[in-house]
Design a protein around this ligand. Structure first.
Ligand SMILES: [Zn+2]
Length: 317
């Protein structure tokens, strides 16, 4: 069964906000757009593979997790993990279309598009090997003798693996269930109780890596970020506050709740804390009571009193 179901990563939301609010003339703009595209493609690929796994049936108990960040010798992040009484399996999901060559020494993945254009990416093999090693150290500490397998899984059939080392398993998403059913099982290593305990340990120890605000993560000067409330109708940034409403100078639409996304954007990409003055600046407000109202109604964590009041958002709930 699915112990942790598919969820779009917050990092994708944050990159979306950043690519909307970063000036197009910024030297990192193209890089951020590229990161966003890769993240969206990655999330889509993981969703497709998780869909396949929702229908997995096995004659023994098992748990599947999407997107786990665990800490062993260091933090590591697995796209998909399956645990069972017989084995554990890590799936490293790739959504890269075109002709793919996995080269070693140095390890890179080369993709050739139908028009002949080539791109290089990190090879998934050392990544997968590292995750297997890190998970094996966790198992060792808990005296769990479960063998750990790994497979690189391409989400879509438009990926064609032309050449790859033969000692790594490469799958297409529609082969995943068959591959898992084919893993040999003789004697269970964990009892159902032990498996349940391991599942709970994993869920309790999953801590999403906090890369927010992204301006810090990508070393972007917050002053290069476009401020203002985004219009939910036409995406123009810079709505004007009128009584009980926001109005868009571009498309003339009104919105009562447009500031809600802007608050989230602020914490995802701009700064960890906000005070009244920063709120007025970011939301283009004249009146400090408007800012107070917005901050008080946003379900934020409050620290300090009166003039020193600051607010922060718990992004990784
Ligand atoms: Zn508008």
């Amino acid at each position: 069964m699915i112990a942790k179901s598919f969820a779009k990563s917050l990092h994708a939301d944050a990159l979306t906000a950043l690519s909307k609010r970063l000036r197009k003339s910024h030297p990192n703009y193209a890089y951020i757009r590229d990161e966003l595209m890769q993240k969206i493609a990655g999330d889509l690929g993981e969703e497709v593979v998780m869909k396949e796994l929702e229908n997995l049936k096995l004659p023994y108990k098992f748990f599947i997790f999407h997107n786990l960040s665990l800490y062993s010798e260091n933090s590591f992040q697995m796209d998909i993990l399956l645990i069972s009484p017989y084995f554990a399996l890590i799936l490293e999901v790739k959504n890269i279309s075109g002709e793919i060559e996995i080269l070693t020494n140095p390890s890179i993945l080369v993709r050739t598009k139908p028009n002949g254009e080539k791109n290089t990416y990190k090879s998934p093999i050392p990544q997968l090997e590292e995750y297997i090693y890190q998970l094996s150290q966790i198992f060792k500490r808990h005296k769990i003798n479960l063998p750990i397998f790994g497979a690189v899984t391409f989400a879509f059939a438009r990926s064609y693996v032309k050449s790859a080392p033969t000692d790594t398993v490469f799958l297409l998403s529609n082969e995943v269930r068959k591959f898992i059913r084919g893993i040999k099982t003789t004697k269970p290593i964990l009892s159902e109780d032990q498996l349940e305990k391991l599942k709970n340990w994993i869920l309790n120890n999953n801590k999403e890596y906090n890369s927010f605000p992204l301006s810090k993560h990508y070393s972007i000067n917050p002053l290069d970020i476009i401020t203002g409330v985004e219009c939910p109708t036409c995406t123009f940034i810079g709505m004007k506050k009128v009584i009980r409403n926001w109005t868009c100078p571009k498309c003339r639409n009104f919105s009562k709740l447009a500031h809600e996304q802007t608050i989230k954007d602020y914490f995802l990409i701009y700064k960890e804390t906000i005070n009244n003055q920063e709120c007025r600046r970011f939301f283009h407000l004249q009146d400090k009571h408007d800012a107070t109202r917005i901050l008080k109604n946003a379900n934020l964590i409050v620290t300090g009193k009166s003039r020193k009041t600051e607010y922060t958002m718990n992004l990784l709930k």
